[in-house]
Design a binder for this molecule. Structure first.
Ligand code: BES
Ligand code: MN
Ligand code: ZN
Length: 490
């Protein structure tokens, strides 16, 4: 898609999108277009009872004599309350209405250049499709949109912001690709191979295989992967964008279980295919690294992904096995389906030993219980640090990817007591998301600000949402990009 910004004027051809305020109010340029078409817009609004309510749309055929093909009215509601999140959503709604037009001009009156750029962010996000395995694509549903012009009072401001918007969209697309790929295509080594593409953006990418992880004593992570033919991997990505390359980095960690059968504690067959997206946390980390690199973020960030496949097999770990983690702590594995925390335990330890992080945030599709608690509307936040929590919640609010903090404490931690090892990998039947977080916290030093985001409910949407067609959402890329931009960049 070719995207440009220009000054406000009646478009010469193609489809025109007119942004309409509450009460059917048109801006000066739109009013002129209405006059030129002898009241076509006002008559259409009246006939269809279109009042400019936010995110409502009305398509009008341009009258004979007009050089335009059609005019699409998009309601913006009270434009004074239009913020970045609302502008992005408006862009996505617009995309849904003009995807089958080749050339589209948006008359975006009475809004800043920045909002015009955020609007484009929504257009881009909604334009994502994953069609590589379709051999017969339905021609009637294939999008045609090639050139998009967004008119605004301040095209220079919009243009300046577009670089960031595009970088973040690129990151989201990469995350969505990785998460949507089937599990025979994406497994630990092929995931690493995809991430190596980031070298072109200036990210340093390395991976540790099983031999290297064995040397580091990563018995918890390796135990999960031992029933799989695929070799487990620890992916290490570095973006050193700060002036001072030796500034302590922010470390972002992703759970990358490329398929979670449950292992010997096998999951039931219905819906098991969902577990192809059990690498959603790792997918976000890779997409985030792309976004940071492409917008040349002035900050040092390390991205780590623990990549394993959890399979049942003659060599798989058994319920009851005791493994020794890299931290030295022993774990009784009572349920091989509580594998994400085993993977993260060793990656969290590695992050602290190797990088001395300023702050450490992990993302994981860790528990079904978080879906029961929050559905798809919020991700769960767990942390040892109030300030870090507040920063994450604020970033989520700013981009519309919301977080809800849940409690932690010794009373929950007690559930992890094992009679024969330092801990077991499952708690009792209650508060499963919290006991999972307590398990992770046992691998975090008290003086390291750490947060855990349980994203099991937000990685995948069965139904289309405003910003995504359904399937992988890319949730987390915008959130962490904003969190880093607002708090760690100079
Ligand atoms: N990957 C799952 C969690 C999950 C479930 C994510 C459904 C998305 C949708 C995780 O590895 C898991 O199996 N967790 C268990 C933990 C239990 C055995 C303590 C769960 O939540 O049931
Ligand atoms: Mn599991
Ligand atoms: Zn899992």
């Amino acid at each position: 898609m070719n995207i440009t910004f220009s000054k406000l004027a009646i478009p010469a051809q193609g489809a025109a999108v007119v942004v309409v305020s509450e009460g059917g109010k048109l801006g000066p340029v739109a009013a002129k277009l209405d006059k030129q078409t002898r009241g076509t817009l006002s008559r259409a609004m009246k006939a269809a009872e279109f009042t400019g309510k936010r995110e409502k749309a009305l398509s009008v055929v341009a009258p004979a004599g007009s050089k335009l093909d059609r005019i699409v009215l998009i309601g913006v509601g009270n434009i004074k309350t239009l913020d970045a999140v609302a502008a992005e959503r408006l862009g996505a709604v617009t995309y849904d209405n003009v995807a089958r037009d080749a050339a589209v001009t948006v008359i975006f009156e009475n809004a800043s250049g920045n909002l015009a750029a955020d609007f484009v962010g929504g257009v881009l996000q909604k334009s994502y499709r994953f069609t590589k395995y379709l051999t017969k694509e339905d021609k009637d549903s294939k999008p045609k949109l090639k050139t998009l012009v967004v008119q605004t009072d301040n095209p220079a401001e919009a243009k300046k912001r577009l670089g960031t918007v595009q970088a973040v969209a690129d990151g989201i697309f990469l995350t969505r690709d990785l998460v949507t790929e089937p599990p025979n295509v994406i497994y630990p080594e092929s995931f690493v191979a995809r991430a190596k593409d980031l070298a072109k953006d200036g990210v340093k990418v390395e991976a540790l295989g099983e031999a290297a992880m064995k040397k580091l004593g990563m018995g918890a992570l390796l135990g999960v992967g031992q029933g799989s033919d695929k070799e487990s991997q620890l992916l290490v990505m570095r973006w050193d964008g700060a002036k001072n390359k030796s500034d302590a980095p922010v470390v972002i960690i992703g759970k990358g279980v490329t398929f979670d059968t449950g292992g010997i504690s096998l999951k039931p067959p219905a819906g098991m295919w969902d577990m192809k997206w059990d690498m959603g946390g790792a997918g976000v980390v890779v997409g985030l690294m792309r976004a940071l690199a492409r917008r040349k973020a002035p900050v040092n960030v390390v991205g780590l992904c623990g990549l394993v496949e959890n399979m049942p097999d003659g060599n798989a770990q058994r319920p009851g096995d005791v493994v020794t983690s890299a931290s030295g702590q022993t774990i009784e594995v009572l349920n091989t389906d509580a594998e994400g925390r085993l993977v993260l335990a060793d990656v969290l330890w590695y992050a602290q030993q190797k990088f001395k992080p300023r702050a450490m945030v992990d993302l994981a599709t860790l528990t079904g219980a978080i879906i029961a608690a929050l559905s798809e509307h919020y991700a769960g936040l767990f942390s040892n640090n109030d300030d870090l929590s507040a920063k994450l919640v604020a970033a989520g609010q700013a981009v519309g990817e919301r977080l809800w903090r849940l409690p932690m404490g010794d009373e929950y931690d007690r559930d992890l007591k094992s009679p024969i090892a330092d801990m077991k990998n499952i708690g009792g039947p209650r508060a499963g998301s919290i006991t999972a977080a307590q398990f992770l916290q046992r691998f975090v030093n008290k003086d390291v600000p750490w947060a855990h985001l349980d994203i099991a409910g937000v990685v995948w949407n069965e139904k289309p949402s405003t910003l995504a067609a359904g399937g992988s959402t890319g949730y987390g890329v915008r959130l962490l990009n904003r969190f880093i931009a607002d708090n760690y960049e100079k």
